[in-house]
Write a protein that binds this ligand. Structure first.
Ligand code: SF4
Length: 434
């Protein structure tokens, strides 16, 4: 696992009481760079741990912090007792924390229904993502990407077997969803293989006919997955960045070279690999660096999908606080300053359409020099950008295959059913209450 020196490590009493879960805790503790004695806690201790012990003191936008320590670790178990709402409300009020933090600390929210482009989605019509169930096993990350705020605390469950049992019920109730993203709140290889949970999940998916888990990562850490019985049902999607961005803006993730090498290791072990260039930060020599990354990924691997997404979800001032401004391409920065876009106008802010389109077309044309057929899609972009580029992309906002959506099965090149309509089938309430 990653060399970590967390300021503290907490383990819920249900972890310490179970020999299998406790063994996972002890392996993680033994692998730390700096030894830390785990603190065993009960639910009732959480308000004190959050308040007096300042559990979340190191959380915030990492690019705005002078120093980013490794995250504090919290190991707990998911509970499937139907009390999610009442327990979450108790902790959120008792400790004055966000409900999302309370849920994670109490072992709720093993998955979440993402109602993208359906009734009630606040960003409906501004991004092309498909509605689906998304899986959560952790919240927090060991990487320290400058634009991210998932540092400070890493909460991980340890009861992978129980999680899988309940996930099976969710999957049986939603047969239209073939692929399941694991994680958009974490990067699960960070504690592996010591934690020993991602391997359980991969092997469990290996027993599910025509169902796939998509592990989304920026990691260099892939050796642990080589001998697992994945049975072709695990897809690993690497968020890949070109050299400068990977070293200076995402400093603890694998470098560009290390991520591609990790993908090669996974591919040689039989996993389907794919890439997202996400987020693409236009640094000064972004074109040459993009060419280098694309050249190397095709030298070493054979992805079935590549997705593109420019840096977004920020206004220009927020971007400048988080990213090293002197690294940015003056052309792109000036265009962002002049456009003055904010995420309340479009999630695609701060770079205006012309800048993002130029970035996408450069990447796309470079990819096509190596592979004329691999599906290339825009990730979390809006419908206007898709309309603008669909001729070059060779697919549309409604039929493209993406890196992590609900029907992105290995090797698929085009969706055959409307992604917003197919997802409306099936019960949700019971599973959201877990
Ligand atoms: S890898 Fe993802 S979750 Fe982890 S710090 Fe970077 S952006 Fe955040």
């Amino acid at each position: 696992m990653y060399p970590l020196s967390p300021p503290a490590i907490y383990a819920h009493e249900t972890v310490a009481a179970n020999p299998l879960y406790n063994a996972r805790l002890q392996r993680v503790v033994a692998a730390l760079e700096t030894p830390v004695e785990p603190v065993i806690f009960a639910d009732e201790d959480l308000p004190r741990i959050i308040g007096e012990e300042r559990l979340f003191e190191n959380c915030g936008n990492m690019g705005e912090m002078d120093e980013v320590p490794d995250p504090k670790l919290v190991l707990n178990t998911f509970r499937f007792d139907g009390k999610r709402e009442e327990r979450t409300q108790w902790l959120a009020e008792a400790a004055q924390v966000a409900p999302s933090h309370a849920e994670a600390l109490l072992g709720y929210r093993p998955w979440a229904w993402s109602n993208y482009n359906l009734e009630g989605d606040p960003a409906r019509h501004d991004k092309v993502c498909r509605p689906c169930w998304r899986l959560h096993f952790q919240r927090g990350c060991v990487h320290k990407c400058a634009y991210c705020s998932l540092g400070g605390v890493l909460i991980s469950a340890v009861n992978a077997e129980e999680w899988c049992d309940n996930l099976g019920r969710l999957m049986d109730a939603h047969p239209w969803q073939e692929t399941y993203l694991l994680e958009d709140d974490a990067d699960v290889p960070g504690l592996e293989p010591e934690l020993g949970c991602s391997g359980e999940i991969i092997e469990w998916f290996g027993t599910r006919p025509d169902r796939y888990v998509i592990i989304h990562t920026k990691t260099w850490n892939a050796d642990w997955m080589v001998d697992l019985k994945h049975n072709g049902n695990t897809i690993i999607v690497w968020s890949l960045s070109a050299d400068t961005q990977s070293r200076l803006i995402e400093p603890v993730c694998g470098t560009m070279h290390e991520r591609i090498e990790a993908a090669r290791v996974a591919q040689d072990a039989g996993y389907q690999v794919r890439y997202k260039f996400k987020p693409i930060v236009p640094v000064r020599n972004w074109r040459e660096e993009a060419n280098e990354a694309i050249d190397l990924l095709f030298q070493k691997t054979d992805p079935d999908v590549i997705s593109l997404c420019a840096f977004m979800w920020h206004d220009v001032e927020s971007m400048k606080r988080k990213l090293p401004v002197d690294l940015l391409d003056p052309w792109a920065l000036q265009a962002a300053e002049e456009a003055g876009l904010t995420p309340s106008e479009t999630r695609a802010a701060p770079f205006p359409d012309d800048v993002r389109a130029e970035i996408y077309l450069h990447y796309l044309r470079e990819i096509r020099k190596h592979n004329p057929d691999v599906p290339v899609s825009l990730s979390t972009e809006n419908f206007a950008m898709w309309k603008r580029l669909e001729g070059e992309l060779g697919c549309t906002a409604l039929n493209y295959v993406c890196g992590c959506g609900p029907n992105a099965t290995p090797g698929r090149t085009c969706l055959t059913e409307h992604p917003f309509k197919i997802a409306e089938a099936g019960p949700q309430g019971d599973f959201n209450a877990m």
